[in-house]
Ligand binder design. Structure first.
Ligand code: PHE
Length: 371
C-alpha cells in the first residue's frame, strides 16, 4: 500500500517536473503551480487525503509529500528565474538607449528672455558693486507717489494710468505700483545714518499700468537703480549708465546720449538714448547710424525726496535710474511684439528662450545661448 502510493507520487512528481521544464511561458508555469500546489492541486489533494491513513502511513507519506512539494517549488522558482533572464536578454537586444544624443536636442525647458535680461542686469550691476533688492507689488499711495514728490495733480495718478485697489477701512486706496521707484524710498528709509557710507542697489520687478498695445502690457517689468553717498555727482551717473549700456548691448563704442528731461523725484533729470539705425524693413541695428532710441530715465535724487526720508541733502547726494525690461529685451534680441511675452506659447518660448544652464557673466559673455 505505502510503496504503491509512493510509486504513484513519484510518477506524479516526474510528470510535474517535466511539465515545468517543458513550459514555455510564465503563464504556463503558473498553471502548473496551481494544478499541483493550488487549493485543489494534485499534490494538495494527496495531502488532504492523508487523514484517511493510519498513523504510520500518514507519517511516512506526509514526509514524502513534503519532500515532493519542496522539489516542485524549487524547480518552479528555477524556471521563473530562467524566464526573467531570458526576458531581460531579449529586452537588452531589442531596446537601445542612444547616449550620443546631445542635451541641446533633448526636451529641456528654456529660460524666458525676460528672466535672461534680469540675470544679465544683475551680473552687470553686481560687477559694479550693486546689491539686488525687491519691494512689494501692492503699494500705498505714499510710497508710489507722495514720497517721490509726485503731486496730487500729476497725470500718473489718474485712473487711466494706475490700477487702484478697493479702499481700506481707513479709506486708503492701495495701488499696483506703477514703477519700481517706491523701492528707492523703502531702501533709503532703512539706512542707518550713523554707519552710513554709500549704498548701491538695483531693484528689478513687476510694475503695472493700464495700457495695452504692441509695445505696452498692463503688467510689465522695470529695473530701478539707486546710488547714494557723500560725493556722488552727475559724472558718476553718466559713467555708470554709459558702461551699463555698452556692456548690455555688447558694443564697446555704442553712442550714448543724455537728454534733459523731467521726473518729479530727480533733479536734474536725463533720459538716456542709444545710437541706432532703422532699416527699411523696420528692423533696428543698435550702435550704427544717426538715429536715437530712448532706453531709460535717470537723474540726481531730488533734495525733497531725501528730506522726506530724513536724509540731509547737503550731506548726501545720489542718482537713480529706471528702465523697462521688456523694451531692453526686445531691442537686444530683435523681438518685434511685446504681447507674446505673456502668451505662454511654447513655440515662442522655445524660439526666444535661453538654455537655463548658461548663466550670464561678464567673463563668459552676456550673449546667451538660445535653446
Ligand atoms: N520711475 C521712472 C518711470 O517709470 C523712471 C525713473 C527712475 C526715472 C528713476 C528717474 C529715476 O518712468
Amino acid at each position: 500500500m505505502v510503496s504503491e502510493l509512493k510509486e504513484d507520487l513519484q510518477n506524479l512528481l516526474n510528470d510535474i517536473i517535466s511539465g515545468i521544464s517543458n513550459s514555455e511561458t510564465p503563464s504556463e508555469l503558473e498553471d502548473i503551480r496551481i494544478n499541483s500546489l493550488g487549493k485543489n492541486g494534485s499534490v494538495t489533494l494527496y495531502l488532504k487525503n492523508l487523514r484517511n491513513y493510519d498513523i504510520k502511513t500518514k507519517k511516512e507519506i506526509g514526509t514524502y509529500l513534503n519532500e515532493i512539494k519542496k522539489q516542485i517549488i524549487k524547480s518552479i522558482t528555477d524556471k521563473k528565474n530562467l524566464f526573467k533572464k531570458k526576458y531581460l536578454k531579449e529586452k537588452l537586444k531589442t531596446e537601445k538607449i542612444d547616449i550620443s544624443l546631445t542635451p541641446y536636442e533633448s526636451d529641456i525647458g528654456t529660460l524666458h528672455p525676460l528672466s535672461r535680461t534680469i540675470e544679465e542686469l544683475c551680473a552687470i550691476f553686481a560687477d559694479m558693486g550693486f546689491s539686488i533688492v525687491e519691494g512689494p507689488d501692492i503699494e500705498s499711495d505714499y510710497y508710489n507717489f507722495t514720497a517721490l514728490n509726485i503731486s496730487e495733480e500729476h497725470p500718473a495718478r489718474q485712473e487711466h494710468d494706475t490700477f487702484y485697489l478697493q479702499p481700506d477701512i481707513d479709506g486708503q486706496r492701495k495701488v499696483l505700483r506703477t514703477h519700481t521707484s517706491p523701492v528707492q524710498i523703502r531702501t533709503m528709509e532703512k539706512i542707518d545714518l550713523k554707519n552710513f557710507d554709500e549704498i548701491r542697489y538695483i531693484i528689478p520687478g513687476r510694475t503695472y499700468r493700464s495700457d495695452h498695445d504692441a509695445t505696452h502690457s498692463p503688467m510689465f517689468h522695470q529695473c530701478e537703480g539707486l546710488v547714494l553717498g557723500k560725493n556722488i555727482n552727475m559724472g558718476h551717473l553718466k559713467g555708470c549708465l554709459i558702461d551699463f549700456c555698452r556692456t548690455y548691448f555688447n558694443e564697446s563704442n555704442l553712442p550714448v546720449r543724455f537728454r534733459p528731461s523731467y521726473f518729479p523725484f530727480t533733479e536734474p533729470s536725463a533720459e538716456v538714448d542709444i545710437g541706432c539705425k532703422k532699416e527699411s524693413d523696420g528692423s533696428l541695428v543698435i550702435g550704427e547710424g544717426e538715429e536715437w532710441l530712448e532706453i531709460l530715465g535717470s537723474g540726481m535724487v531730488h533734495p525733497k525726496v531725501l528730506y522726506g526720508v530724513g536724509i540731509d541733502p547737503t550731506k548726501y547726494q545720489g542718482f537713480a535710474f529706471g528702465m523697462g525690461l521688456e523694451r531692453l529685451t526686445m531691442l537686444k534680441y530683435g523681438i518685434p511684439d511685446l504681447r507674446p511675452f505673456y502668451d505662454c506659447d511654447l513655440r515662442w518660448l522655445k524660439h526666444y528662450g535661453f538654455l537655463p544652464v548658461d548663466n550670464p557673466s561678464l567673463h563668459s559673455g552676456l550673449n546667451g545661448v538660445f535653446s
